[in-house]
Design a protein around this ligand. Sequence first.
Ligand SMILES: Cc1cc2nc3c(=O)[nH]c(=O)nc-3n(C[C@H](O)[C@H](O)[C@H](O)COP(=O)(O)OP(=O)(O)OC[C@H]3O[C@@H](n4cnc5c(N)ncnc54)[C@H](O)[C@@H]3O)c2cc1C
Length: 287
Amino acid sequence: MKIKDLFKNKEVTLSFEVFPPKTDDGYEAVEKAAARIAELKPDFMSVTYGAGGGTSKNTGNIAADLQDKYGVPVLAHLTCVSSTRDLVREVVKSYREKGIENIMALRGDIPKEGRIAFDYNHATELIYDIKSLDESFCIGGACYPEGHVECERQSEDIIHLKEKVDAGCDFLTTQMFFDNSTLYQFLYRIREKGIEVPVVPGIMPITNKRQVARSVALSGSTIPQKMKIMVDRFADDPEKLKEAGIIYASDQIIDLISNGVSHIHVYSMNKPDIAEGIMRNLSTIIR
Ligand SMILES: Cc1cc2nc3c(=O)[nH]c(=O)nc-3n(C[C@H](O)[C@H](O)[C@H](O)COP(=O)(O)OP(=O)(O)OC[C@H]3O[C@@H](n4cnc5c(N)ncnc54)[C@H](O)[C@@H]3O)c2cc1C
């Protein structure tokens, strides 16, 4: 199932993300977690791609399993900043052979230790390449409601986003954000610039205190006072903080759906209990 068709046919959708293991030893644990999330019957699941490409076969294998064993449509990620054109060609071919129809085309973060490949500079180039290899893939791209960390002016980021969509993006998924007004302002700005494809908010449930610092460091997302207070209040009680984080994310999702933003992606981070909590709160609204 192509995700762009899913969005046309269903008013509200909920999808979950998993990430592949860094080593083959961790494969079974991720497989089990992904299976439990798949049993919740989300509209689709995404499988991330290790930035260096070292776990690329795990991305394809986990995605194919989810599709074949559980009948869940999948979105397999692919990053290009550490890839040669030959590697990209191989991965795209393997996704096609596995029956994967949706690719999240990303640049990836520039490795701190320096780049090992120089064939691609931006996700847009990857999208052109995937399209030239096989036009039938449905392609997703990343976008940043608070601006990408490397871009000084959001207006420039939006110009590059328009180029990315024009290259053949069928939809965009956002970086995490914790205050919905950030997304509404972003949507206003990109629609004004002629970006019309569906924008899927990426919601990250914050369920432990370490995650706050890590999320900010990785994404540059602003933590609102409401969330800081919540984390502070429940910091010493992991179960309470987990429940509060699930409720915070559910509340964000209900507000988005109420405002007509109705295709929601949850960064479930290989944690079935978090996906189950979100589903428990929203199942009536989603169906
Ligand atoms: C939904 C989502 C999923 C993700 N999944 C993964 C994953 O699976 N694996 C992983 O390693 N990382 C993942 N990431 C992280 C992502 O790889 C990083 O955020 C990365 O730094 C940027 O990737 P991009 O595809 O947005 O890059 P790009 O679209 O290439 O943009 C990167 C920067 O380059 C600028 N830019 C773009 N085009 C040009 C141009 N022509 N000239 C000058 N500047 C330009 C943009 O404004 C931006 O600042 C994900 C991020 C999101 C939001």
